[in-house]
Design a protein around this ligand. Sequence first.
Ligand code: BEZ
Ligand code: FE
Length: 288
Amino acid sequence: MRNFNEQTITDAVIQRFSSSTEPRVKEICTSLVKHLHDFVRDVRPSYEEWEYAIEFLTRTGQICDGNRQEFVLLSDTLGVSMLVDAVNNPVGGNITQSTVLGPFYVENPEVFPLGADIAGAMRGTPAYVSGSVSSEDGSPLGGAIVDVWHSDDDGFYDVQQLDKLGGNAGRGRFIADEQGRFHFWTVKPTCYPVPTDGPVGEMLNAQGRHPWRPAHLHFMIHAAGHRKLVTHVFDRADKYLDSDAVFGVKDELVRDYPDHPPGVAPDGSKRDTTWSTIEYDFVMAKAG
Ligand code: BEZ
Ligand code: FE
């Protein structure tokens, strides 16, 4: 087969892998080629625009390393990460909704006892975080593994300032008690911009978009017999809730982060400065 034109080349490419013995590969590649070719027929890029696209993707790969994943950030800011999340986590019932993982999770975080303060050298208003983990049938999930991580008062995660902080801060792992409850101290997170010093920043700028994410705590929760939950708890007072750079906000994940005057906290500790409370009761979906 030869002499392909704008209309006939799509079927010719799809035909080329029609004898693949991998049905899912065939399905994915067929759809990919159809959509890519339709995109080109729609946009009709000039050679210069095509070269720019290749160069943009090349730089996106080149800036990636063990600590930075620009392709994930590209997926996040184009709404693809949340779309993948949506097709894998149908909403419904009383199950806590999921949202993006983001690039700042660290595997196997330090385990702290309930009630510990994980702020380390991070600055900010002290926050008492508490909540529970239960199953969709209402039973408490004692022993659930609750991982948390968040930014500080300046909008930076510990992994972005390890030298300044002298190690991890604002992250840790807690094991829920027999009633599925957990509580700990940290500092109140604030809004922050996604990294803009690479190709994604260039794209956001060209699209006339801001790079900000509303203030949130990240949670990753594992409980035996249940699906892993990756989610956030957002601050209702944040001005970026309706324009999150990565489209991750869901109403159900928004909570008040109220401030309190100096006094006695729920764990009986005496606070001599303003402090805040953040609370969330997570409901996990049964596996399968
Ligand atoms: C985050 O919430 O940590 C995050 C998510 C997506 C892109 C950048 C940061
Ligand atoms: Fe975050």
